[in-house]
Design a protein. Structure first.
Lengths: 204, 204
DNA sequence: TCTTTTCTTGAGCGATCAATCAAAAATTAG
DNA sequence: CTAATTTTTGATTGATCGCTCAAGAAAAGA
């Protein structure tokens, strides 16, 4: 009968998580289209058939790589800031300041995978482009909602334009990712972050 | 002998500038790698051999398309603002406000070609990626020099961090391009532009 | 007219793309 | 042990990539 038993059969000879990590780095550096299956299998140390058996196809692997990226230190700091910081200002301040540190960090590819990995896609891969775009827009909505909560809790003035502030922060963060990929360092980006923060309508 | 006579031989049957304009639109929309030579010949209404005879190869056509883009209304407004506005603040204000209008304009592809057309490139096309990156960094240096001139002319305070201001403006503009490609409208981007402008150390 | 030059046409080049297949290998169940 | 199940291997698929070539067509010069 149909089996689906994980313990049966020949065991996988490679570390699935490690292979996924290699895929994350490649997609992060070069993006979806510019990373070939050949590049992936070489970096993962496996053969095409093993890749397709373990991850489906290239698009499925990419989506899983995006999820894995979000679980990394450098890929999850924005979501973490939103969850952990108590006030709207502290959320935004941590986002911008950590972006200035993380995006140019030479221990991994520069910038943000979600922002830069599917900018140039062919017509048959539009799905991948919209997948990341939806993710970015969802993050923008989440930030706006977080700021609105801050407004209700009194750490943002009632007259503040929450939508504009969220768009502004998202714009600066996306620009910082691009700047980091263009070679900007953490000191330069830190000054950009402080300038952006100076527009904030603080209560203190 | 070697001829190089332009009037001799069979005349070209297509409008070279119009064909280049079609290439600009394709590269602007999809980027360098995601635009195939087949896409180009179809949009230009010519055959591969004609394209290669008229423009060299795909990379040369792209570089020429970037130059043509810079001569368009939507592709040259940043340089024009730097040349035409009298003070540092007016330069930056016009840059940001026009970006908010131009980048989401539905009469052409969203955002800036220079910013988004070579984000994801394969290893053998790194040359194209660095070509646009160098262009962006040259624009950043030019803005910084324009601001420094403004500082010398007294329309920026002596204590102002010119480098940080230039980086900040470049970051916001690049972020606005990305936001426009993600679907942001001119009203939304205009509010972002005003927020960014509010950090400016004005003398008035 | 006849030659020379340049462009267009249509076919097709080798390389690479994502993806697949059959067979061998490695495991568990009985 | 044998049978069933799953993965790995190595070769290979059809499609598309950027690009080129030979032949024909359209112009100018002599």
């Amino acid at each position: 009968m149909l089996a689906m038993d994980k313990t049966r059969g020949r065991p996988r000879t490679f570390d699935r998580e490690a292979a996924l990590g290699s895929a994350v780095l490649l997609f992060w550096e070069h993006g979806f289209e510019a990373t070939s299956v050949g590049d992936l299998t070489q970096a993962m140390g496996i053969r095409p058939a093993s890749l397709y058996a373990a991850f489906g196809d290239k698009k499925a692997l990419f989506k899983e790589a995006v999820e894995a990226y979000g679980r990394t230190e450098a890929g999850g700091f924005l979501a973490r800031a939103m969850e952990e910081e108590p006030t709207a200002y502290q959320v935004v301040a941590r986002m911008l300041r950590e972006a200035a540190q993380v995006y140019p960090d030479p221990s991994h590819p520069a910038g943000c995978l979600t922002i830069s990995a599917a900018t140039n896609v062919t017509v048959q891969d539009v799905e991948i482009g919209t997948f990341l775009r939806d993710l970015r827009n969802a993050n923008l909505v989440a930030l706006e909602e977080r700021l609105r909560r801050g407004q209700e809790e009194g750490d943002l003035p009632e007259g503040a334009d929450v939508g504009a502030l969220a768009s502004f922060v998202a714009t600066v963060i996306q620009g910082m990712s691009q700047q980091a990929r263009d070679g900007a360092g953490s000191a330069e980006l830190a000054r950009v972050a402080e300038l952006a923060l100076s527009v904030w309508p603080r209560s203190t």
